[in-house]
Design a protein around this ligand. Structure first.
Ligand SMILES: *Cc1c(COP(=O)(O)O)cnc(C)c1O
Length: 397
């Protein structure tokens, strides 16, 4: 089938909720994607922070193949080996004591909301309000949009879930002002990704931890995009010296297959009883086996240091570009291999088009940010190539 035909059928049969560019991706290899017409793209999107090891990683493929041949799915009515091993790996490698598995980011977030409310309503004596952040992003189901602090995701889907108050990110006083006797949890991304790559400050996240301890509230971190090594540490919270009570994961965890996980401390787990929550596919044997492989690979000697070093390199090169083009780029924001350039002269979409014309894929976020999210296995010279092309685009604007 030809490119034009695929795009025609897409517009005829698929619900048009996405604006997609005019090519059809057919295969991938390493950090490169290839379309139906044989064009090769250097991928700095990684399937939205999913493909940590790029395309066609041998270990990921082997984990799928071996487990698919052995046992693919039996539901969570039964014990299976991969999900149990994955749970142990996640607990031993994080702040958490327990894990709940599901299939996506928004589902992991919904579970975090339910567990927080159950804890608040039972253990904490009747608290069920949330404080979430303006400009946040937590997914597209009703509970997730209700706790997402961006009105554009709410419009037309009202009424939203009641009991949500919005504070300003990195403004501790604005959170303190909203705390009531009914607040059960403070919800935050340590680094706001979709909202435009805003990095939480130490004072803010440490202040939230103390506030939650003082007022008897849970601290819930959404690390769906920035966890799993993206920032140069396994979890973003490790860079702040702060542990949450609940943390959500998805995206990179499944190596390209869908999985979500909600991690929690034992005091939260104590509020949850058999039957309180469930997911038919949650950590099915195949995706769980892949996630185990992903975690093993991330924990391999030197990888996180390597990610941090490459992130530093990307950051330094982008900052030099910002100094050279201050009229076009006002700021570089990010940590590790999630970096954003705030562009002021034209829409991020225009930059996307310009990058694509030079066979590079990047993704916008917020209202004015060009986001760089390469696979974690990206090489230094590929980073240089992307920044050099960015320089060229800026020179011609
Ligand atoms: C992507 C994302 C989600 C939603 O994940 P889905 O798998 O698309 O449902 C939630 N929170 C954050 C921080 C995300 O980046």
């Amino acid at each position: 089938m030809k490119t034009d035909k695929v795009i025609e059928l897409d517009s005829q049969y698929i619900l048009q909720t996405y604006g997609r560019p005019g090519f059809v991706l057919e295969r991938g290899n390493g950090v490169y994607l290839f379309d139906l017409d044989g064009n090769r793209y250097l991928d700095f999107v990684s399937g939205l922070a999913v493909n940590a090891f790029g395309y066609g990683d041998y270990d990921v493929l082997k984990a799928i193949e071996e487990q698919a041949g052995q046992l693919m799915h039996v539901s969570n009515l039964y014990h299976t080996l991969p999900s149990t091993r994955l749970a142990r790996t996640l607990v031993e490698g994080s702040f958490a004591d327990r894990v709940f598995f599901c299939n996506s980011g928004t589902e992991a977030w919904e579970a975090a909301l339910k567990f927080s409310r159950k804890w608040g309503n039972t253990v904490a004596g009747g608290k069920n309000r949330f404080i979430s952040m303006n400009n946040s992003f937590h997914g597209r189901t009703i509970g997730s949009i209700s706790t997402t602090g961006q009105p554009k995701y709410h419009q037309g889907f009202e009424p939203l879930l009641p009991g949500v108050d919005f504070a300003d990110f990195n403004d501790l006083a604005s959170v303190e002002a909203l705390v009531t006797d009914e607040t059960c949890a403070v919800l935050v991304e340590p680094i706001q990704a979709e909202g435009g790559i805003h990095v939480g400050t130490d004072e803010f996240l440490q202040g939230l931890r103390k506030l939650c301890d003082d007022k008897g509230m849970l601290l819930v971190f959404d690390e769906i995009q920035v966890g799993m090594g993206r920032t140069g540490s396994m979890w973003a919270y490790q860079q702040y010296g702060v542990e949450p009570d609940i943390m959500t994961l998805a995206k990179a965890l499944g190596g390209g297959l869908p999985i979500g996980a909600t991690l929690m401390k034992q005091h939260v787990a104590d509020a949850i009883k058999p039957g309180d929550h469930a997911a038919t596919f949650g950590a099915n044997p195949v995706v769980a086996n892949v996630a185990l492989t992903v975690m093993d690979k991330l924990q391999a000697d030197g990888l996180l240091d390597d990610i941090a070093a490459k992130g530093e390199h990307l950051r330094n090169r982008l900052e030099k570009l910002q100094q050279r083009w201050p009229e076009q780029i006002s700021e570089i924001r990010g940590r590790g291999l999630i970096q954003g350039a705030v562009v002021t002269d034209r829409a991020p979409a225009d930059y996307l088009t310009a990058f694509r014309a030079r066979d590079i894929l990047v993704a916008p976020c917020g209202t004015d940010v060009v986001r760089f999210l390469p696979p974690l296995v990206v090489e230094k010279d590929q980073i240089d190539e992307v920044v050099d092309v960015f320089d060229e685009i800026l020179r011609q604007s």
